[in-house]
Ligand binder design. Structure first.
Ligand code: AMP
Ligand code: MG
Length: 391
């Protein structure tokens, strides 16, 4: 049995990138950048007006100003501004030579068809200067970053219609258990519905890898063996759920070994999720998770998700966010690390949700975060800080 910290370290060391591919800008959302994004020009590319108004010399603002030109966004000004002159200018249009400020149109009045007067005391400059946002040739985004909509704006503004991202691993999901039926069936006596595989499928999807569903596999050595062989040969990662504990029909670790999967660990000092298996085959990485949905949910979030992210070239780690716990917490035994599903109340405090154990799916539905309590920590006092992970 190994510590969670060691298990995480091992899987992150073993994770390897499977390649890169070129995608269109609009297909790059949530993918991980495999190239740096470099500015091909200054932004703004020229001094531009930040408001609709009149471009003039700041020393002239209280004089009667002659309007010599109208400059729309996209125009190149024809005339230079001399003393007591101005050009009518639109937001985003290029500032004419000679002007050093723009009077807001709301702060001016027309005197006649080609003269205006400033009606205010003072003006701001109201100019966005060339290169004040972005300098040509600067690195704007580094490879390893997960692309969000705001990054797409930046990438678009410096002219990348296509870009290199890391490939997404194919992740097979196999769920074992003779008691399981799919959501479209009514369970007979002794049966339950398969919830875990669907949850895992969605977690893989949300993590931006490619889930491949293999269905429910009976607790039969032969059937599990066949499914494992197929999954390993066709996928980069294989996740099995169920059949990894100490029951008479928990065949998964044994069958993995028979299939030349080198088992690196078979148990983690953690609750929920103790019987978690990690193995390496020539063709795929294999994880075995307990069948209980809460265990498998938590282990995916804290172990598999970081692993998949690393396989996709991400250099981002989960943020360390510390919040105070809103209640006292005690436990009788502290030989394993405990992860608790919790809400965050309106005071910004962490409050554990009612949690009956690993099959209690509705508890994680109420939770906003999960947080760990270390081995040998028996109690927490209201106000103690805990390291929360958003779910
Ligand atoms: P196992 O890990 O196979 O020993 O299963 C542990 C518990 O989780 C048992 O109560 C199973 O019935 C339940 N379980 C196993 N697989 C699933 C699943 N796919 N969906 C919901 N519950 C499951
Ligand atoms: Mg089972």
């Amino acid at each position: 049995m190994i510590l969670f910290e060691d298990a995480l370290k091992i899987v992150l060391e073993k994770a390897k990138v499977i390649g890169t591919e070129k995608v269109k800008l609009l297909d790059s959302l949530n993918r991980i950048l495999a190239q740096d994004i470099i500015a091909d020009m200054d932004m703004p590319p020229f001094n531009k007006s930040a408001v609709d108004g009149y471009a003039c010399m700041i020393s002239d603002i209280h004089n009667l100003l002659e309007v010599i030109e109208t400059i729309a966004a996209g125009d190149v000004p024809v005339n230079n501004i001399l003393h007591n002159q101005c050009s009518k200018i639109m937001t985003g249009a290029m500032l004419p030579v000679g002007a050093d400020c723009v009077l807001m149109v709301e702060h001016t009045k027309e005197i006649d068809s080609n003269h205006i007067k400033f009606t205010f005391e003072k003006t701001g400059v109201n100019v966005a200067y060339k290169a004040e946002d972005i300098k040509k040739d600067s690195v704007l985004l580094k490879k390893g970053l997960t692309i969000k909509p705001q990054h797409i704006a930046l990438i678009a503004s410096v002219g990348y219609p296509e870009l290199m991202v890391y490939k997404q691993p194919k992740v097979a999901i196999l769920t074992t258990g003779s008691e399981l039926v799919e959501p479209d069936s009514i369970p007979a006596l002794g049966q339950i519905r398969n919830s875990n595989a669907w949850q895992l499928y969605s977690q893989v999807q949300k993590a931006n890898a490619i889930p491949v569903y293999f269905g429910i596999i009976e607790d039969s050595e032969e059937k599990i063996d066949l499914a494992i062989k197929k999954a390993i040969s066709e996928n980069d990662v294989v996740i099995l759920t169920g059949g990894v504990s100490m029951g008479d029909f928990d065949y998964v670790p044994k069958i993995l070994k028979q299939n030349k999967v080198d088992l690196i660990f078979e148990k983690i000092k953690i609750r929920p999720g103790k019987p978690t298996v990690f193995g390496i085959h020539l063709n795929a990485f294999v994880f075995g998770l307990p069948g209980n949905p809460v265990s498998s949910f938590v282990l995916f979030e804290i172990l598999l998700k970081p692993f998949l992210q690393k396989m996709m070239g991400s250099n981002e780690n989960p943020k360390n966010v510390f919040l105070p716990i809103g209640v006292d917490f005690k436990r009788a035994k502290a030989e394993v690390m405990l992860w608790l599903p919790s809400t965050i109340n309106n005071q910004g405090e962490v409050v554990p949700v009612e949690f009956h154990g690993s099959a209690h799916v509705s508890s994680i539905c109420e939770a906003d975060v999960i947080f760990p309590i270390s081995i040998d920590v028996f109690e927490l006092k209201k106000g103690d800080l805990v390291n929360v992970r958003q779910i």
